[in-house]
Structure formats: structure tokens, C-alpha cells
Design a protein around this ligand. Structure first.
Ligand SMILES: [Zn+2]
Length: 271
């Protein structure tokens, strides 16, 4: 599943190609995504100019004047640019053709993604209205997390992955950040001290920054490349390493399930 670093890397790859460009046409070959692509969408976006490509959480936001075209990559989606559009492959569902001749092609085998129209003001749309701050926002500091967790008895890992608290911390990055912060993932959120929350914020940012650095080396793959979007393979400390020795202390990494997702942690380093 593309997580925040993959989505942000897509944004960085595409932004220079789309900013200031006009949409000549949107071609919807198959509207059956997580929510059906609205039948009126192609008509709405044709002729509109793209002011900027923004991101909020894992949503890509094409700003068209006061209106917004939202693209979500779901579990298996990708958005690639082609200077000359190649023949369509299976699972190529939507093309956005720009006045530069560049085609943005949305590909999504499992169809959990979305392409939606958000009338002004986009921030009030139900998908966006209740999102917590971005992890790199100055407002997302230890004081904020302290406030946001005092009434939460759920495990810190689940709270960290709650988009209402902070966006963009998916399963991989929650596991890794908690290891780097030395916090046991099962600790009730309201039992994590303020200094430890400060450490956690720092490690969330550091973990995401590492992934974004990996993404930087893949930026050229967003143009004229049919390569599938990969996960940025970091040298994980705990994610996917259950039963292997901890890279720091040598204890065996344990795995449990929380909220239906795999949690890996070091029983010695994380307290
Ligand atoms: Zn350890």
C-alpha cells in the first residue's frame, strides 16, 4: 500500500509537469474505483488550468482555481506521466491529457483508489475535514500529542495510526518510529510521558525523512516509466523482522496483532 512517503514522492515527481498546465481531456476508461469516478468529472475538468499539485495525508490534490481534483492511490494505485502515451495496459483506468502533450495515467489493479471532484472549499469535504495535522507541521509537536492522547487509553501504536490524531503514519512507519523511540507499541497512549512523546514525534519525522530520501532517487521513474510503484525499502529495525535478532540488542523481535495489523517490536529496547 502506498504510504505517505510514496504519495509525497509521486507529488514531487508530477508537480513540475502539471503546474500551470491546462487539462485538455480526461479519459475515463473504467470508472469503477473505490467510489465510482463521477460521470460528470471529465466535462468539469476539461479546459481547466492546474495551479498546483498539493498533498493532504495520502490524498493528491490538483488545485483548479477554487476547485480540487482529488486522487487517492488506494492499495495498488499509481499515477505516472508519459510524454507520449503508450498503449493502454490492463488496469489503466483513467488518463488526464495536458496541453503540453503529457498524459497522466492512473493504474490500479485492485481499484481501491479514488478520483473525485471536490468543490470549493475542498478542506470541508468529509474526506479531508477531520484529518489531524501532518507529521511535519510545526503544530504537530509534543504538546499537541500530549493533549491529543490524555484521554486515549488505546495502545499508542493505534493512536499514532489514527488519522484524526496525525495523518500519514501507516503501519510500517508506526512500527519503526516506536522502535526508534524505545516505546512498547501496546503502551496505553495516555501513559506515554511528554518527553517520550517528544522523542516519538522526532522519530516519526526521522523515519519518514529516511523514506522520502529513498523516494528522491526514484523521482525520474515517474516520467515515461512503466515500472510499478515499489515500497521504499528501508533497513527496517522491526517491521517484517519477527524472530530475527534486534539490530541494537540482539533480542528476538516479537510480533503481535493490533487492530488487525502486524506489530513487531523488541521486548528489550521498547518499554
Ligand atoms: Zn532490541
Amino acid at each position: 500500500m502506498p504510504e505517505l512517503p510514496e504519495v509525497e514522492t509521486t507529488r514531487r515527481g508530477l508537480a513540475p509537469l502539471v503546474a500551470g498546465r491546462r487539462i485538455d481531456a480526461m479519459l475515463v476508461y473504467d470508472p469503477r474505483l473505490r467510489w465510482s469516478v463521477p460521470s460528470t468529472l471529465a466535462g468539469r475538468v476539461a479546459g481547466r488550468r492546474i495551479d498546483a499539485l498539493d498533498r493532504r495525508s495520502k490524498y493528491l490534490l490538483f488545485r483548479l482555481g477554487n476547485d480540487t481534483l482529488l486522487v487517492h492511490l488506494g492499495m495498488t494505485g499509481s499515477l505516472r506521466a508519459f510524454t507520449t502515451a503508450p498503449p493502454r495496459r490492463p488496469h489503466d483506468h483513467v488518463d488526464i491529457v495536458l496541453d503540453s502533450g503529457v498524459t497522466l495515467r492512473y493504474h490500479d489493479p485492485r481499484r481501491f483508489g479514488a478520483i473525485l471532484w471536490l468543490p470549493h472549499p475542498a478542506a470541508a469535504h468529509p474526506l479531508l475535514a477531520k484529518l489531524g495535522p501532518e507529521p511535519f507541521d510545526a503544530a504537530c509537536d509534543s504538546a499537541y500529542l500530549w493533549q491529543a492522547t490524555r484521554s486515549r487509553t488505546a495502545a499508542i501504536k493505534l493512536v499514532l495510526m489514527d488519522n484524526h490524531v496525525v495523518v500519514g503514519v501507516g503501519n510500517i512507519y508506526a512500527n519503526e518510529s516506536l522502535f526508534r523511540a524505545g516505546i512498547r507499541p501496546t503502551t496505553p497512549a495516555n501513559r506515554v510521558s511528554k518527553p517520550r512523546l517528544a522523542r516519538l514525534v522526532a522519530e516519526v519525522r526521522a523515519t519518514l525523512t529516511d523514506a522520502l530520501a529513498k523516494g528522491g532517487s526514484t523521482l525520474r521513474d515517474f516520467v515515461d516509466s512503466r515500472g510499478e510503484p515499489g515500497y521504499f525499502q528501508l533497513d527496517y529495525f522491526v517491521y517484517g523482522r519477527q524472530g530475527l535478532p534486534c539490530r541494537v540488542c540482539g533480542a528476538l523481535i516479537r510480533q503481535i496483532r493490533q487492530g488487525g495489523r502486524a506489530t513487531s517490536y523488541c521486548p528489550r529496547c521498547q518499554r
